[in-house]
Ligand binder design. Sequence first.
Ligand SMILES: Cc1cc2nc3c(=O)[nH]c(=O)nc-3n(C[C@H](O)[C@H](O)[C@H](O)COP(=O)(O)OP(=O)(O)OC[C@H]3O[C@@H](n4cnc5c(N)ncnc54)[C@H](O)[C@@H]3O)c2cc1C
Length: 443
Amino acid sequence: MKRLYEPMAYGTGPIAESFWPTTVPDIPAHPAVSGDVRAEVAVIGAGFTGLNAALALAEAGRDVVVLEAEQPGWGASGRNGGFCCLGGAKAGPDQILRQFGDAETRAYYRAERAAVDHVGALLDRHGIEADLHSDGETLLAFRPKDVKVLEGVAEDIRRWQQVDCEVLPQAALAERGMASPEFHGAVTTPIGFALNPMKYALGLAKAAVGAGARLFGQSPVIAMSRENGDHLLTTDQGRVRARTLVIATNGYGSDDLPPALAGRYLPVQSNVLVTRPLTDAEIAAQGWSSRQMCYDTRHLLHYFRLMPNRRMLFGLRGAMKTTPTAHDQTRAIARADFERIFPAWRHVETPYFWSGLLCLSRGLMPYAGPVPGVDNAFTAMAYHGNGVAMGSYAGHLLAAQITGAGPATPAPLRAPLKRFELGRWRRALLPLAYAFYGLQDRG
Ligand SMILES: Cc1cc2nc3c(=O)[nH]c(=O)nc-3n(C[C@H](O)[C@H](O)[C@H](O)COP(=O)(O)OP(=O)(O)OC[C@H]3O[C@@H](n4cnc5c(N)ncnc54)[C@H](O)[C@@H]3O)c2cc1C
């Protein structure tokens, strides 16, 4: 395989201390594929993208096989912060507008909204209990001059989503249970909610199997080729033939699977701490009782939410390597940031810390469409750290592209995936980008 990160990134090390598995008592193990298997559609990867594609395809009567290297939700989908919210593009509205024009930009932002509604509807329809909380999401200004960023975000949301946003001055934060010396104001977008991502991923897997999809775990695809117009996927123990292929590997992709996607995606790491349950006295001492999911105005942002179980989840982007040393260093940075933002919780233990890979595209837009130059092959990826909703919807859109029924994919989501500079060595772009963002994020 031609993967970009150190081997640790693709093993159990980064999730050895993940909180999410502790919330699900019996995680079903799906067996490995063995022997020769035939299907109409083969899906590689059982995260939100692959499982949504498989569910919709199976519900449409297609014979679907899902091949997952580990188990459903093993990738970013079972280890994220659980923010189900607008987003997916790193490009801003001005760039999208310049590139695609008014009608397609509107269609793109309608898709962002549809993505959130899609997840809400799936949870309801399949009775997935995923510990929901938060009424929309709240963006906090980490320095006084960012208060005008909040106004800009509110204006964009009003324009593209036709909903009003509440902008709060610093003086109002404490009375909303969001007291921190770090923040100077807030804006709340009333769309989105927080969920337990592992419960959502496992619920999706169960729904897909219930609809007729055949789901195999411990089945890493190690080679792919063509035979009589079919895709032939080889794993350690089996071979799967299918007329149509969906590649849903996102940040865990490999430059040879298939070579046509090499260099067109860039995995980056995100990291999460979770505290022990906080007491009433500790919550009062900090003045942070809000159940809103929040993030800050940094480029290398923090994201956090007080969960219904009274544990604080605290995430941050960054870290350029996945090695034991880098893991420990990132944990220390996360902990220092947590203590600065919530000084009354300096003594509170954070027994859980883990990381995973999300994915960027060169055009800073998510993608859901054909694999360039490969017949009957589709992929969706690059949600820029916002794949709970957008990844789910992108998988659903791929199914619609394959069956010809269902929602249309807006043009900005189908714009060809460009290659990054430096090809195989594109990870070397990250230190430069992080240094640039680090300078912009100075207080
Ligand atoms: C720490 C962290 C926090 C995040 N927080 C948020 C958040 O709060 N909100 C939000 O919207 N987004 C968040 N994200 C991003 C979000 O989790 C992802 O965008 C989303 O889960 C991507 O889903 P996916 O199905 O495309 O990919 P993944 O969930 O990564 O799934 C890809 C799967 O493909 C499998 N695979 C790879 N190669 C092969 C192969 N050769 N054969 C078989 N299987 C293979 C992998 O094992 C993996 O399970 C976060 C990401 C991380 C890492």
